[in-house]
Design a protein around this ligand. Structure first.
Ligand SMILES: [Zn+2]
Length: 194
């Protein structure tokens, strides 16, 4: 009975992961039972390691296990591409065409849920505009993403920095995270000044 409890407890954890239903969670739990002990230990410690070592880059807000992420340390910081979440950075990096740096907002403006400019990383964006030639706003092309893009464009205007919005090669309501690489590449290269 105890074993059964621990299996369902593990399955319960898996089922809280995005995209994992009850059946898949149970299959994952049984897969763990079939692992060699060493493999299971490595799996468990990989989960703990990630929680202990990964934080936010103090410049862009992307996940990193250092003070400043690899992208901020090495890349052209005169162009900043603004995204909603770290997942979006990963999606755009897969395209391998963008050579600038990022700014992760960790959310979008959402007045109905009381998320205002102080709740996402807008102040942090304003504090890193020295030497910046262009800010590309790549929030999702949905209602909140568009409203957030317009708000950021408005507050950037007094700084006289070129501000652009990724093109609508992305269908309205689409998410950057799930866009294919062709579409993302076109959306960035066809961006429009706003
Ligand atoms: Zn960074």
């Amino acid at each position: 009975m105890r074993e059964l409890d621990s299996v369902s407890r593990l399955a319960g954890h898996f089922s809280r992961l995005p995209g994992v239903g009850k059946k898949t969670a149970a299959r994952y739990a049984y897969a763990v039972i079939n692992m060699q002990k060493a493999e299971a230990e490595q799996f468990a410690s990989a989960i703990l390691d990630v929680k202990q070592s990964v934080g936010l880059c103090k410049i862009c807000g992307n996940f990193t296990d250092a003070d400043e992420c690899e992208i901020c340390r090495r890349r052209d910081s005169s162009v900043i591409l603004v995204v909603k979440e770290p997942k979006d950075v990963a999606a755009i990096e897969k395209v391998r065409e963008y050579g600038g740096v990022y700014h992760v907002l960790h959310g979008v403006l959402d007045p109905n849920n009381n998320i205002g400019p102080d709740d996402i990383r807008i102040k942090e964006l304003l504090s890193r505009l020295d030497g910046v030639d262009e800010v590309i706003i790549a929030t999702n092309p949905d209602l909140l993403g568009e409203a957030t893009a317009l708000y950021i464009a408005k507050i950037l205007r007094p700084f006289g920095i070129k501000t652009s919005r990724i093109a609508h090669g992305l269908p309205v309501g689409a998410e950057i995270e799930y866009a294919d690489e062709m579409t993302l590449s076109r959306a960035i290269s066809d961006r429009k000044i706003i």
